[in-house]
Design a protein around this ligand. Structure first.
Ligand SMILES: Cc1cc2nc3c(=O)[nH]c(=O)nc-3n(C[C@H](O)[C@H](O)[C@H](O)COP(=O)(O)OP(=O)(O)OC[C@H]3O[C@@H](n4cnc5c(N)ncnc54)[C@H](O)[C@@H]3O)c2cc1C
Ligand SMILES: Cc1ncc(C[n+]2csc(CCOP(=O)(O)OP(=O)(O)O)c2C)c(N)n1
Ligand SMILES: [Mg+2]
Length: 607
């Protein structure tokens, strides 16, 4: 049942039914110690940290916390599998820029969170996971649903806490939020025993900001590092700025733009950096890496200076490190010192928040002009060609790029797009041109299939006014499709585009290129996705022809609730260009010339 609840001037839309308008929330701002249970303290802390939405699933060891939750102004989204909770918290954090919170019980509840935690760790997403644990006296006795979740998540969290005493709950939760958001962001887990949740304590909120001796991200920018970088920039004739997710995380969008414009240098983006620099800006040359644009990879290989801003030289980005941009000096700015010289040796490095570093760098730098270099890159673009599917005559085939390009055109590049993992993810990166930050949400580092739908639900809850599209493959969608039920129950509208090619497409592509077309375990039979949507009380539509795409996308946008569109696309198309894993960055497999009638390449990409 949908209702609106007024608690202390907060409008809460949800499906819980226990409170009435007259019942006050327990949460209070008074600074007098008041007796609270550990369970209440959890919610007090979350509310003080600014949390108003959490994603979770109840169970025995977390029941005290769930019971206390009803008295707090927090919207709980009941997922269908805890993996969904961690992906929703992730999508919520990436879209909104805050912290995502996931809650689960002990044992299987906690272990089901693991994939989402690892996903957030690889992509540095701020998340706090709260799990219930068996009573402290039973720890180590193989108690019912006992799992050492702090041990399991040790390598995939920034930090994890096992809390066995009620007085430790507030410090642990405060530190968790501090750690999740400070320095390089990431997930933190707080595991709280049932007896700690049930115990009582005279409690008041401690507003003192957390300071940890063992975690002090560098705040200042070293002048000598800046001077070194300025010298390299001055000497460069062929610079390329490599902008990564760190640009979004530090909020350095304007500084990167000012920097690029000041020295008139091209900007290439990583997958996770898309949206950090407007796609339509003349200095934006596109995505780099395994499925990046050919001219971008060539420009990187021919550059004499790479300016790496908040990116970590992932192997999908560099290809063979031995031949990677061998004539280029490298300036690396990253908040995490362990990233410097990890994959690529830096000639100058600034360990700092990117926005601060760029402010100092901008002040110290003279304007420069690299018009000739930009013109040269432009000429490579003309030669090596962009794919222009819009100009292609309709040959009766529906290709995934058609679908994504039409979604881009019709949403005017303004939607938040959340992808799953596979070919459709790469086509999204190539054919949806992101103008604004935080409008592409995708699992980059872990490449987690099943991420798309739940992360899209999380994104929509963080940005209720935004148009949200989940672009998913037929394989990955089936991993977490149960979350359609969550979308239906919560009344969350996301448009789901299933790019249905009948294959685990990206793996099939590797089998086609590198395993002599031996399609082991990649052909995929799927249920009727339209009926699946309808079974959830949602709208399901199907598209088989290119001429139908635009109309159906329009219908989905206009509909009130979640709409799923089953796009039956060409089954054996591949993503081009492709740098084979470990190959030189400029040794790309290009679309074979014998197929021009299917998908030609040309330079234009009209809106
Ligand atoms: C099927 C598949 C194919 C892929 N193909 C490609 C491809 O072709 N091209 C591509 O680019 N990627 C590709 N990826 C993604 C790739 O695996 C990496 O996830 C991605 O390249 C990482 O981008 P990043 O370094 O910008 O982001 P992250 O991995 O998030 O790194 C961001 C960096 O910024 C730093 N940082 C964070 N906050 C700040 C701050 N405030 N100030 C300064 N620094 C900060 C962090 O410490 C970190 O080092 C692919 C993934 C999949 C699943
Ligand atoms: C959880 C998980 N299992 C396996 C993989 C390996 N994998 C990467 S892409 C892919 C195929 C994805 O198929 P589909 O969802 O249909 O998307 P498509 O590539 O066809 O667009 C697989 C199996 C993965 N990334 N994640
Ligand atoms: Mg598929």
């Amino acid at each position: 049942m949908q209702f609106i609840l007024l608690i202390k001037d907060i409008y809460l839309v949800g499906t819980t039914i226990n409170l009435t308008d007259s019942e006050p929330a327990v949460h209070t701002d008074s600074h007098m110690p008041t007796e609270r249970t550990g369970a209440q303290i959890i919610w007090e802390c979350l509310v003080h940290e600014g949390v108003n939405t959490v994603f979770g699933y109840p169970g025995g060891a977390i029941l005290p916390a769930y019971d206390a939750m009803l008295d707090y102004p927090v919207r709980h989204v009941l997922v269908r599998h805890e993996q969904g909770a961690s992906h929703m918290a992730d999508g919520y954090a990436r879209a909104g820029g805050g912290v995502g919170v996931a809650i689960a019980t002990s044992g299987p509840g906690a272990t089901n969170l693991v994939t989402g935690i690892a996903t957030a760790m690889m992509d540095s997403v701020p998340m706090v996971c709260i799990t219930g644990q068996v009573p402290s006296k039973l720890i180590g006795y193989d108690a019912f649903q006992e799992t050492d979740i702090t041990g399991i998540t040790l390598p995939i969290t920034k930090h994890s806490y096992l809390v066995t005493r009620v007085e430790d709950i507030m410090p642990a939760i405060k530190e968790a939020f501090h750690l999740a958001t400070s320095g390089r962001p990431g997930p933190v887990l707080v595991d709280i025993t049932k007896d700690a949740q049930q115990a009582r304590l005279g409690w008041e909120w401690n507003p003192t900001p957390v300071k940890l001796r063992w975690h002090r991200p560098k705040q200042s920018v070293s002048r000598s590092d800046v001077a070194k970088a300025v010298d390299l920039i001055k000497a460069s004739k062929r610079p390329v700025i490599l902008a990564g997710q760190g640009v979004l995380q530090s909020g350095a969008i304007n500084e990167v733009r000012q920097f690029a414009e000041k020295i008139n240098a091209p900007v290439a983006l990583t997958l996770l950096g898309l949206g950090a620099f407007p796609a339509s800006h003349p200095l934006n040359i596109g995505m780099m890496g395994m499925h990046g644009e050919a001219w971008v990879n060539h420009a990187i290989q021919e550059a004499d200076l790479l300016l790496a801003f908040g990116m970590r030289f992932d192997d999908r980005v560099t290809g063979n490190l031995k031949t990677y941009a061998i004539n280029a000096k490298k300036i690396h700015i990253d908040i995490d010192p362990s990233e410097i010289n990890k994959n690529v040796t830096a000639d100058a490095a600034i360990v700092a928040d990117l926005r601060h570093a760029l402010k100092d760098l901008l002040d110290a730098m003279a304007p420069a002009d690299h018009g000739a270099w930009l013109k040269y890159i432009g000429s490579m673009k003309g030669d090596s060609a962009v794919r222009d599917i819009q100009a292609l005559p309709d040959n009766g085939h529906l290709y995934a790029p058609h679908v994504i390009n039409d979604i881009w055109r019709l949403t005017e590049g303004k939607a938040i797009v959340v992808t799953d993992v596979g070919q459709h993810q790469m086509w999204e990166a190539q054919y949806y041109h992101h103008e604004k930050p935080r409008t592409l949400i995708t699992s980059g580092g872990l490449g987690t299939m099943g991420f798309g739908l739940p992360a899209a639900i999380g994104a929509k809850l963080a940005k209720p006014d935004a148009e949200v599209w989940a672009i998913v493959g037929d394989g990955g969608f089936q991993m977490t499709q149960a979350e359609l039920s969550t979308a239906a129950q919560e009344g969350v509208k996301v448009n789901v585009a299933v790019i249905n090619n009948g294959y685990l497409g990206m793996v099939r592509q590797w089998q086609e290129f590198f395993y002599e077309r031996r399609y082991a375990a990649t052909p995929l039979r799927s249920p009727d996705f339209v009926k699946i949507a309808e079974a959830h009380g949602l709208t399901g539509l199907r598209v088989e022809r290119r001429t139908e795409v635009a109309d159906v996308v329009r219908r989905a946008r206009e509909a009130d609730g979640t709409v799923l569109i089953d796009f039956r696309v060409e089954q054996e198309d591949s993503v081009y260009p492709m740098v084979p894993a470990g190959a030189d960055l400029d040794a790309m497999i290009r679309r074979p010339p014998q197929q021009p009638s299917v998908l030609v390449e040309s330079a234009a990409d009209p809106m």
